[in-house]
Unconditional design. Structure first.
Length: 328
């Protein structure tokens, strides 16, 4: 349980106010959703690898009926991309955001653009990843999303100067199944695709990792079955389950990592974060965990307004300041 000190609450209020101001500046037409960023980077100049047997058609449905906010998800993605959100005053830090969706789709707003606006308001240059999904017929199978995440972070680092970013201050935030993918990005050092260009010569590993109610174990009883089924199929072997569970991996040498989870999360039980925290400690990773009494699953930013868990961005920023990601 976190200690909600007056300083933390005031800091969170300042972050919330800054983000609200950024959104309000875009809402010139009144009670409408903020405009989407328009800068987009396609990850693969000649098409994503291993798509010879892919027949899906991309869709981006809107689930919100409230004009004041979007709630979209990307499914059957064939052209993975980054959407760039540049702050008014960049501070040199970058954040790759990997939304969740159970490896069935990727939610673009709740754990993508909504979170990006909060961090962009304090000077962080943000990149929202729209990634391929493992069950869509890609030759790489469960490695297809990781190919996109590795390529995305390499592109950010290789072109850091173009974004006013320090190549040694690139963090990754993953939520839910996106947290599993962010964890793979941090812990795995193997090459999952053939180099495309000089961007693939730089490291794909983040300098700091933020895992928001992450899927970390694929083993019962705490696995998120939907994510496991989409990633490994309905009948994975014990060896496959172990090989793809973050808490069973060697995290030695991984950068600072912070975990955020609600204790009443019925979708991805908090034991996912607790078991990974034990692994991080055993691997001597600089780590921190914040567990909230309530919040459920998938709370992002909007769904916890006015609740204790609303301080999580401020807690993450404080962790980033202590560990060199944020300098002010």
């Amino acid at each position: 349980m976190i200690d909600l000190s007056r300083r933390s609450l005031l800091g969170a209020a300042a972050v919330t106010a800054a983000a609200a101001g950024a959104v309000q500046a875009q809402n010139t037409a009144g009670n409408v959703a903020p405009a989407d960023p328009t800068e987009v980077v396609h990850l693969w100049p000649s098409g994503a690898p291993g798509g010879e047997n892919v027949t899906v058609t991309p869709i981006v449905p809107e689930r919100s009926t409230d004009p004041s906010f979007h709630d979209r998800y990307a499914q059957y993605t064939t052209d993975p991309l980054l959407t760039v959100m540049r702050p008014e005053r960049p501070n040199g830090a970058a954040l790759l955001l990997i939304p969740g969706g159970g490896y069935r789709w990727a939610v673009l707003d709740k754990e993508g653009f909504d979170v990006a606006r909060v961090f962009a308001a304090v000077g962080v240059t943000c990149f929202v990843l729209r990634y391929r999904l493992p069950a869509d017929g890609w030759a790489a199978g469960p490695n297809a999303p990781l190919q996109d995440a590795q390529r995305a972070l390499r592109l950010i680092r290789a072109h850091a100067a173009d974004y006013s970013v320090d190549p040694a201050r690139i963090a990754c935030l993953g939520a839910s199944a996106g947290g599993h993918l962010a964890g793979l990005l941090a812990v795995r050092s193997d090459a999952t695709y053939q180099a495309v260009d000089t961007a693939d010569e730089v490291s794909h590993r983040p300098d700091l990792t933020i895992l928001l109610y992450p899927v970390t174990t694929l083993a019962d009883p705490f696995a998120h079955k939907g994510s496991r089924d989409q990633l490994l199929g309905p009948s994975p072997t014990p060896e496959m389950i172990s090989r793809w569970s973050l808490d069973q991996m060697d995290w030695t040498g991984v950068g600072p990592t912070v975990l955020i989870h609600a204790l009443d999360d019925a979708g991805v039980p908090p034991e996912n974060s607790l078991q990974l925290l034990a692994t991080l400690r055993a691997s001597a990773v600089v780590s921190e965990a914040h567990l909230f009494q309530e919040g459920g699953h998938g709370f992002g930013i909007r769904l916890i307004a006015g609740k204790p868990a609303a301080v999580w961005p401020e807690l993450v920023q404080a962790f980033g300041r202590r560990n060199g990601w944020l300098t002010a």
